[in-house]
Structures are given as C-alpha cells and as structure tokens.
Design a protein around this ligand. Structure first.
Ligand SMILES: C[S@@+](CC[C@H](N)C(=O)[O-])C[C@H]1O[C@@H](n2cnc3c(N)ncnc32)[C@H](O)[C@@H]1O
Length: 346
C-alpha cells in the first residue's frame, strides 16, 4: 500500500504504539486485536502506518494496518468487492475441513483412488521447473498447503513464504510448515516484498480467482520480487476455452452447469473465476516475460469424474494423457485444461 520499506519496532516503540492505539490516535479499518496478543509490529518507514504480527502471521493487508484516520483513505484502493468475496469464500468455506479434507479439495478435485497416481505425478512435475535449492521459495496464495505433495517444492529451501489473503489459509499453513514458513496476509497484486529478493516463486490455481483486470498485475508482481535468474511457475486454467476439454466433453457441459447450480444451492457460496484466453497470455505474458508454456494437467475434474473409472481402463487412459503431456508439453499446455507458465528472470 505504501510501497515503503518496513522496519521492525523495538520494545520501546512497540509500547509507544500500544499507548497511541489505546488513545485511539491510530486504528485499523478492521477491528483491532487486543494488544496483549501482539508479537510485534512493523512500521512503514515513510508513513505513520503499522502492521501487526499476531500468532506468527504478519497482517499486511491495508484493512489491518494501524494508521491515523486521514490515512485510511489509502485502504479504499483495496475496497474491491470481487477480491473481498474471494477472501470471504476461503475464510468461511473453502478452507474449512471435513474429516481432515479441505472443502476446496472436496469441491474442486478428484479424490478417487483411480485418479490418484495421475494427480500425484502432475503435482510432482512442477518441481522440475524450480531451481534445485535456494533461501526463499515464495508460495503466492499458498492456501493451507493442502496436499502433502506441495511440501516437496520447498524441501531444499530454507524458508517458504506463504502469502495469501485468507487468514484461515495461513493459520492452517502454519500447522503444516511451522518455523519453516513465513506467513504474510497479503494480496498478490501488491506483494509486500522488496524487488529481486526471492529465489523461486510458485502460484497454483490463484490468478484465475483474481479480478480479470488485475491478473496481469499479479503476474508482474511475482516477476518483480524474483532475483535475477530466479524462476516462477504459475498454474493457470484455460477454463471454458480449453480446446481439448471442449472437444472431449461436450455433453458434460450441461452436467457441470447443473453441478455448479447445485453447489450454489447447497452452500450459498460462489467463487469468482475468470480465465483469460491464450491470446491474452501471448500478448501480455509470453512476450513480456519470455515465458514458456507447459502442461500441468490436460484434463479437468468433470472429465475425470465422467470418463475415468477403474473398470473401464481409467488408469490406462490417464497414463496415456500423462505420456502425451510429457511428450508434447507445449501443445498439451496450449489445448489442455491447465497450463504451466514458466519464466526465468534475466
Ligand atoms: C484455489 S485456492 C489455491 C490454493 C493453493 N495454491 C492450492 O493450490 O491449494 C486459491 C487461493 O488464492 C487465494 N487468493 C485469492 N485471491 C488472492 C489475492 N488477490 N491475493 C492473495 N491470495 C489470493 C485464496 O485465499 C486461496 O487461498
């Protein structure tokens, strides 16, 4: 929000901050925390603006910043209803657990045994595009690190920075990563990180939940924070434009529409989704960032659920898809459901 450096407050300055908040000289748009649970705070060096650390999570969203009333206008920039609805979806529903499984997975992944190997192999293929080791792996919109397979991405890094707008996501991520994690409650379109400090960045299934006109800004932010020679791997979706899925699944379109309506009815929850076209990717991302396209997964969950069954050779069919994705990564990335955008900073 301020684009200024942050400095850590010493004990004396922290006490002074507490007393200013008590006198209501400073406040946040959001209900303030009880000062007894503050672990510390950062100050935006050129502003009278402060960010709290509570329960190892650094609250870097504008609405949580402590500031004078007249500065609160800065937060209005972020008063984006779409973004707020996505945050609300994950805080109140997506990252709730049912028998140890997150609603997000129950809702949007195929958790059946028959698809398991294929899905695991797709998770694993992401790592080949990351530098083997490094100090900081940035996980943009990390969620709660919901699958164990995700842990492998940071195993040779000192720290994994988890940045997400959902508090619930970061609380759950902390359970998984403990002290290896650095938890930033923040927005991908304004990453609260200095330019050129991050060894590698991943962002899985996130950009298409960012308002469509801000997705490029999110991608640009990821590139900005990378070190020279640092790499980023982003999983995107072609959504309804995925050629392969449109050809193979014409009858399922109706089914998926019904399913979505049904889900809205059951939970009252809808989640913003917008997938840009391949042309958008070519014009704004490929050319500007010398980005390479690969296939993460060429088939989507409705396809898996309809066509992949143990008794009908489902496993073999998925092996064939996996082979095709490895043999023709650019083509399958282009026509399949989920492409990988891979860039290395010059
Ligand atoms: C589909 S989930 C993916 C989570 C995780 N990357 C995964 O693959 O399991 C999308 C995540 O993006 C986060 N998110 C959405 N918009 C965001 C934004 N503007 N800034 C930061 N995080 C955002 C949500 O809170 C949610 O945790």
């Amino acid at each position: 929000m301020t684009r200024s450096n942050l400095s850590w407050l010493n004990d004396g300055d922290l006490q002074a901050l507490k007393s200013r908040v008590q006198k209501q000289e400073l406040r946040s748009c959001h209900a303030s925390f009880d000062a007894a649970i503050w672990q510390g705070a950062f100050k935006a060096t050129k502003f009278d603006v402060y960010y709290l650390v509570v329960d190892d999570i650094i609250y870097l969203l504008p609405e949580f910043a402590l500031q004078k009333q007249n500065v609160l206008r800065l937060a209005e920039h972020d008063n984006d209803m779409t973004k707020q609805s996505v945050k609300q979806f994950y805080d109140s529903f997506g990252w709730q657990q049912e028998s140890g499984i997150f609603q997000d997975a129950l809702d949007s992944e195929d958790l059946r045994e028959v698809s398991r190997d294929y899905i695991e192999q797709c998770h694993a293929r992401l790592k080949q595009h990351l530098p083997a080791t490094g100090r900081y792996l940035l996980d943009v919109a990390s969620g709660p690190i919901q699958y164990d397979a995700y842990l492998a991405y940071s195993e040779n890094y000192h720290y994994r920075l988890c940045a997400d707008i959902s508090l619930r996501a970061l609380q759950a991520a902390k359970q998984k990563l403990g002290a290896k994690g650095i938890y930033l409650l923040s927005d991908v379109t304004r990453l609260p990180l200095q330019t050129g400090k991050i060894d590698a960045a991943i962002s899985l299934h996130t950009l298409y939940h960012v308002p469509k006109e801000q997705q490029l800004q999110g991608y640009t932010e990821i590139q900005r924070v990378l070190k020279p020679k640092g790499s980023s791997v982003v999983i995107y979706s072609w959504g309804r434009r995925a050629l392969l899925m449109n050809v193979l699944m014409f009858p399922v379109k109706l089914w998926s529409l019904l399913k979505r309506l049904q889900r809205t009815k059951q939970t009252g929850q809808t989640l913003y989704f917008y997938a840009h076209s391949y042309e958008w990717y070519r014009r704004h991302i490929q050319r500007q960032y010398d980005c390479k396209l690969y296939s993460w997964r060429s088939v989507n969950v409705p396809f898996l659920k309809l066509f992949i069954h143990r008794k009908f050779g489902g496993r073999m069919l998925l092996k064939a898809f996996f082979w095709l994705e490895n043999r023709f990564p650019q083509l399958m990335g282009r026509i399949g459901a989920y492409p990988l955008f891979v860039s290395t900073k010059p």
